[in-house]
Design a protein around this ligand. Sequence first.
Ligand code: NI
Length: 134
Amino acid sequence: MSDPSSNDPIALTQALASFEDLWSPRIVTRVNDYDVRVAKVAGEHVWHAHDDTDEFFLVLDGELRIALREDGTERTVTLAKGSVFTVPRGVEHRPYAPSGASILLFEPTGTLSVGDRHEEIPDHVDATTGHALG
Ligand code: NI
């Protein structure tokens, strides 16, 4: 279960139950050059942008909000459980989850969780390209 290249099924509920860290994605499998990552989140992430890749979000549980800065204005999208949203490359965004959420991310292997540009990283945010499942 810890090897992303293994060919065994991964139960996402089990994967999520195997760690407690917030804003610290685990890689559950890979698809071509992409990681499928899951994360537990609560509170605020950090404003950041991925210059070279879109970033896909699926909310597995709870509610995720994503603040976006586009064309000089700011808006927030709210994703209920079961919703998907893709942040376009280059767009500054800050995910947050006032009541907590579990999310699935789909993005190129090596993508940094805090992007290529970011504000100062608070202690509760893990700057990572994703961890193996424990
Ligand atoms: Ni991002």
